[in-house]
Design a protein around this ligand. Structure first.
Ligand SMILES: [Zn+2]
Length: 117
């Protein structure tokens, strides 16, 4: 259920951007979503289809890009990229269990695709 408020935010952002671009219709929206944001892509599209009805964004297709996190291991000092929603239990380089993840909570509209009048 928690995707509804952020989906309303996406719709408001894209409608505003389309207005400024004098676009008649929004055909696609590119979103960036951190792997740890906890949001489900399918739910976002589901809510978007519901709340965009009757707006210029009706029928727009959401493309969601998952942003991986970078982890740095404090044992071997190496970095590794992690794309799963759950953190690894050990460093893939040395098997150490002390590492830090940076990012992963991102959520923003990267770009929108529009049709002009
Ligand atoms: Zn390591």
């Amino acid at each position: 259920m928690h995707e509804l408020p952020i989906t309303e935010g996406i719709l408001a952002t894209t409608l505003e951007a389309a207005k400024q671009a004098r676009a008649s219709r929004i055909t696609g929206i590119n979103l960036a979503l951190g792997v740890f944001s906890g949001y489900v892509s399918d739910s976002i599209q589901f809510y978007f289809d519901l709340i965009s009805q009757g707006t210029p964004a009706e029928g727009a297709v959401l493309q969601i890009r998952r942003i991986p996190v970078t982890c740095s291991c404090s044992d071997c000092k190496q970095n590794f990229i992690w794309k799963e929603e759950i953190l690894p239990t050990a460093c893939p380089h040395c098997g150490g269990i002390c590492f830090q993840a940076t990012g992963g909570q991102e959520f923003y509209v990267e770009s929108i695709e529009v049709e002009e009048i």
